[in-house]
Design a protein around this ligand. Structure first.
Ligand code: ADP
Length: 613
């Protein structure tokens, strides 16, 4: 129910269109009811059974009055101009009525198009805005493909259910009500009879709907899994091939695909059952009505005339359609609600790294970053950082080394508040990070990750990412300092060259240098650097190194170091092991104590080329 209301709230943003749509739909129902009752005078003329009333009853907005109105006028025409003329008039009126009915029906849909499309646009936008604002931790738990499928497929699914919801809530019930009123006027006995039969059919159809929802949830989840698998495969295609893991991945895909097939098959079959089942049930009711009504007419025991009875059956048959679409809409809604729940789940995710209520805005970094007894666990149980105490004065170049999995990345990720410490606190110039405005904190930090992310856009825009307002001179200056300018101007369109899918057309070293230029342009006082472990060729490595040196000048740098060169230059080195700082000092000091660091260096010297782990 909460989900219904949430979706409805989106629709209510389009109040005008929504009201207009409802208005025209109601008018359309009115016209269709009137056009059907025209059948009575038509049949009367045809069978020459006109029994014209001589006087028009006083006006009222009732179907009875409408019937009398037509009866009177057609009767008059019959008397004055003959049956052919009367027939012609009936035909003209029917055409006009049907024209108006369809015109208003179209207008109803015309305005509804805006509501459903607008609702969809807003929902997509809100989802994207939410996704982009979610903390980093969210993305490691949710698989990316699943997220994508929620934003695309599920939102689409909601569209269907929304349209149907409006039909279910407004149009069909009104149509049914209008027709039932007409029927009631024509023959109360028969109508009561129908009213007894309808709920039974409704119940049968409702039962199928329930089980359909369950299967839809399963199918949607599996669709998400599939999308995630495809995404991972495409991203890791080189790894898949080099490890000849094609068959393995095919098997995984196949098994999920098969499960999706089964879930879909059963839900599709149930859904397809709804239409024939409701048609059949409808016809059974019609036949029952024909039997009882026919008997009433034949026995002459009631006031039911043959033409009224025929019209009654025709109108009644018209109820079947809205009742049927009511039922189908019901199925769609069940599916749509399953999708809506998945979408709402994302929209309602709470931020695990919340912006403080009264944030402190900082403009500059003046003094120091301090880790005070910081403990951190991704799952709140297994600590990957243990009792970290670290004082990083402004301007220091701090290198972090340690075996893989020792917590280096986690430690640096705490500084831009990708995560919050589980215990203890981190301060910047004495302010707990959790009290700072998160954006103003991140404005102070630039980062060059191990695998630079290059977006599918021009080189220029890629460099300007952190400072979109930068002018060309600034961009070029940054690119020069990053030793990227030379290769950029050799590209086909220089700075306006669009980087291919995931930056594939650039070499590792070139991507590194773009990332460095990006960080240089941002000109933030704090720098987080995760050195690339992938081996760059000697020339590239030298250029990257030079770029990094330029980048580090005058900044506070925290470097996850893999290369001896960087380490030697560092003001201080900390060695992490299983989440604890086990050694710290300068290169020489650490060599002297002959601990973990010394052994790591020996290893690197021996192999000479391989970076530290
Ligand atoms: P390093 O950078 O030194 O290789 P990390 O900081 O990446 O180490 O990882 C430290 C530990 O935390 C590892 O045991 C790793 O498995 C775990 N870890 C890293 N990221 C996550 C995550 N997003 N969720 C859960 N555990 C994680």
């Amino acid at each position: 129910m909460k989900t219904y209301i949430a979706i409805l709230r989106y629709a209510l943003r389009y109040k005008t269109s929504l009201s207009l749509s409802i208005f025209f739909n109601v008018i359309s129902i009115f016209f269709s009811a009137v056009s059907l009752t025209m059948l009575i005078p038509f049949l009367q003329v045809l069978f020459n059974r006109t029994n014209p009333i001589t006087e028009l009853p006083p006006f009222s907005l009732s179907a009875q009055w409408m019937l009398a109105f037509f009866n009177y006028h057609i009767g008059q025409i019959m008397l004055n101009e003959g049956p052919i003329a009367a027939l012609l008039w009936v035909c003209i009126i029917v055409i006009v009525m049907f024209f108006l009915k369809n015109l208003t029906r179209y207008l109803g849909q015309f305005f509804m198009a805006k509501v459903r499309n607008g609702l969809l646009r807003d929902l997509r936008q809100d989802l994207y805005d939410k996704v982009i604002s979610l903390p980093v931790s969210f993305f490691t738990y949710r698989r990316q493909g699943d997220l994508i499928s929620r934003i695309t497929t599920d939102v689409q699914e909601i569209e269907w259910s929304i349209v149907n919801m409006i039909e279910v809530v407004i149009k069909e019930p009104l149509t049914i009500l209008a027709y039932l009123t007409l029927l009631l006027i024509m023959s109360p006995e028969l109508t009561l009879f129908i009213l007894l039969l309808l709920p039974i059919t409704g119940f049968i159809i409702g039962q199928i709907g329930k089980s359909l929802k369950k299967e839809s949830v399963e199918a949607q989840n599996l669709t998400g899994r599939l999308a995630a698998l495809v995404e991972e495969t495409i991203r890791g295609i080189t790894i898949v091939k080099i490890f000849t893991a094609e068959q393995l991945l095919r098997n995984i895909f196949q098994s999920v695909n098969q499960r999706l097939y089964k879930a879909r098959l059963s839900s599709l079959r149930k859904r397809e059952l709804s239409s024939p089942l409701s048609e059949f049930l409808g016809i059974v009711i019609v036949v029952v009505v024909l039997w009882f009504g026919g008997k009433m007419v034949l026995s002459g025991s009631s006031s039911l005339t043959p033409e009224t009875f025929i019209t009654f059956v025709v109108i009644f048959s018209q109820i079947i359609n809205p009742a049927k679409s009511f039922a189908t809409a019901f199925y769609h809604i069940q599916r749509g609600m399953a999708a809506a729940e998945r979408v709402m789940e994302i929209l309602n995710t709470e931020d695990s790294v919340p912006q403080p209520k009264n944030p402190i805005f900082i403009k500059e970094f003046k003094d120091r970053i301090k880790f005070e007894n910081v403990w951190f666990a991704y799952d709140r149980k297994n600590f990957v950082l243990k009792d970290i105490n670290l004082d990083i004065p402004r301007g220091e170049k701090l290198a972090i080394v340690g075996p893989s999995g020792s917590g280096k990345t986690t430690l640096v990720y705490l500084i831009p508040r990708f995560y919050d410490p589980t215990k203890g606190r981190i301060t910047l110039d004495g302010h707990d990070l959790r009290t700072l405005d998160i954006y103003s904190l991140r404005k102070l930090i630039a980062m060059v990750p191990q695998e630079p992310i290059i977006f599918h856009d021009t080189i220029l825009n890629n460099i300007k990412l952190g400072k979109p307002e930068a002018n060309m001179e600034e961009v070029i200056a940054a690119a020069r300092a990053a030793h990227a300018h030379e290769f950029i101007i050799k590209l086909p369109e220089g700075y306006n060259t669009i980087v291919g899918e995931r930056g594939l057309r650039l070499s590792g070293g070139q991507r590194q240098r773009i990332a460095i230029a990006r960080a240089l342009l941002k000109n933030a006082p704090i720098l987080i650097l995760d050195e690339a472990t992938s081996n760059l060729d000697a020339e590239s490595e030298e250029l990257v190194q030079k770029g990094l040196e330029n980048l580090m000048k005058g900044r506070t740098a925290i470097i996850i170091a893999h290369r001896l060169a960087t380490i030697k230059e560092a003001d201080r080195i900390i060695v992490l092991s299983e989440g604890r700082i086990v050694e710290q000092g300068t290169h020489e000091e650490l060599l002297r104590i002959k601990g973990i660091y010394a052994s790591l260096v020996t290893k690197q010297n021996l192999t000479n080329v391989s970076p530290l782990p």
